[in-house]
Design a protein around this ligand. Structure first.
Ligand SMILES: COc1cccc(Cn2ccc3ccc(-c4cc(N)[nH]n4)cc32)c1
Length: 240
């Protein structure tokens, strides 16, 4: 998978050179490039923002640098992509909420482009023009406001990248985890069996794997019902 990120803080993504995603980059499973938006300005001050039309606080990111940055990444009409057309994702508080389902879907794509806004956001025409030549999505990572898109893009790259076959050592570990089957994960324990007066649930030491699986499923349902009842599938909703 090819990933391009446009940002005024390209060094923010240097961290992707370590851990799982770092190895995925080295083995060619992931090709991540951060592009400095200021490289697409032409004034002495490398200006990327200006005051908002209609007034209001803060600054808005100018369309011209974004247009040139995306020109340098997206295929032109003549270079119609042989494979999957790129998806251009802009984090935004006003976006569709990012979910494990969306991560799974995006992990199937060949080319993702992320646009990191700053200030009070990006001129709307950037999204409108990009939509004439690629699939464009505004995506929120939660109902709170960040200072820019970089943290959100990092979270999405990690959530998507780990689903790419070969990136995570043991693919089985991707199955039994929160949100993968729609429920929150069960509690985990490891040695020692007793720690500061706290015992591991005896069922986990029983060796009875059918009973352990049943216990874990019950824990998932109880935890989801308590913490995230909105995630419960209809057949598990409490009877009214
Ligand atoms: C656009 O509306 C805004 C209003 C006030 C501040 C900001 C700051 N800001 C700039 C670019 C940007 C990109 C993403 C996010 C963001 C995403 C999530 N889930 N929370 N916050 C926030 C961003 C934007």
């Amino acid at each position: 998978m090819r990933i391009d990120v446009v940002t005024i803080f390209p060094e923010f993504f240097d961290v992707l050179d370590i851990s799982l995603l770092g190895r995925a980059r080295q083995t060619g499973l992931l090709d991540v490039t951060a592009h400095n938006l200021r490289e697409f300005t032409h004034d002495r001050h490398r200006t990327v923002d200006d005051t908002p039309y209609g007034g209001g606080a803060g600054m808005v990111m100018k369309p011209e640098p974004w247009g040139e940055a995306l020109d340098s990444i997206l295929p032109t009409e003549t270079e119609a992509p042989g494979g999957d057309a790129p998806v251009v994702i802009f984090p935004s508080p006003a976006g569709t909420v990012f979910t494990q389902k969306m991560a799974r879907e995006l992990a199937q794509r060949e080319h993702l482009v992320f646009g990191c806004g700053r200030y009070e956001g990006i001129d709307q025409r950037v999204f409108d023009h990009a939509a004439t030549r690629a699939e464009v999505r505004l995506v929120s990572i939660g109902d709170y406001v960040l200072n820019g898109g970089e943290v959100a893009v990092m979270a999405m790259i990690e959530a998507i990248g780990r689903l790419i076959p070969g990136v995570v050592g043991n693919p089985e570990s991707l199955v039994e985890e929160s949100h993968e089957d729609g429920l929150l994960e069960y509690p985990s324990y490891t040695k020692p069996a007793a720690w500061r007066g706290l015992e591991v649930p005896p069922i986990l030491l029983s060796g009875n794997h059918r009973a352990i699986d049943d216990w874990r499923r019950a824990q998932q349902i109880e935890r989801t019902r308590t913490v995230r009842p909105d995630l419960l599938p209809p057949d598990l909703l409490p009877n009214e």
